[in-house]
Design a protein around this ligand. Sequence first.
Ligand code: MF3
Ligand code: CO
Ligand code: CO
Length: 264
Amino acid sequence: MIIIKTAKEIERMRLSCRLAAQTLNMIAPHVQPGVSTNALNDLCHQFILDHGATPSPLHYRPSAHNPQGFPKSICTSVNQQVCHGIPGPRVLREGDIINVDITVCLQGFHGDTSKTFFVGPPTPRNSKIVRVAEECLAIGIAAAQPGNHFNAIGNAIEPHARLHRCSVVREYCGHGIGRSFHEEPAVLHYASRDKGAKLLPGMIFTIEPMINMGKPEIRILADHWTVVTKDHSLSAQFEHTILITPHGNEILTVAEEEAVATNA
Ligand code: MF3
Ligand code: CO
Ligand code: CO
């Protein structure tokens, strides 16, 4: 069941999503050569607590392999890491790219956003994948219009990735979000003939295409979290949480007072 949020719930979602965006803005200038992913984690963790929220990834989804769940407060995915990278002692080097994925829970509601940053100046090698991934998110958001079906999103994203000889990861999807970190539906980023549900005003979900330079296949490392490209090609990702409105959509994960409305 896809939850349609009430006006009151939407107001709460605005607050959690804004805080997630503010956390990403806060961390941006710290993404520099010589900084460890642990240092980025600790700064975000403290910033989130200081704003009265909790980091949603911390202890998320315990399993037999990871009884404590995800061990850190943010995800940091470097170079060929696709998503769910665990912050640690790794020190960033010039020429790396790193996705920082922030999810906060504020007053019982989650907000989820991520960005891929360049470590040092962009290079010809890493700038293309980051640009294509950012374009794929924008194209997916543009397709998320009331009355469209969910497959309009992946049907718009995948041709753009392919046009640039990049590929779309299939195993991980966007998701509904609200009182739960991951709610229905799964938002596919690849083309599908299965239309899925119709987009209705009050639906809130993420779009977060993971775009690979090479082949779409992934592997999971022995830590049972970190997802990497099977062919070791670079991967980049951008994510927003969006609200479907009567006339279009609104990006909720923006740091400004005024959220961004896109009307069809
Ligand atoms: N923030 C990720 C997403 O976009 C999920 C991270 S789950 C974690 O859905 F446990 F790895 F943190
Ligand atoms: Co996320
Ligand atoms: Co997400």
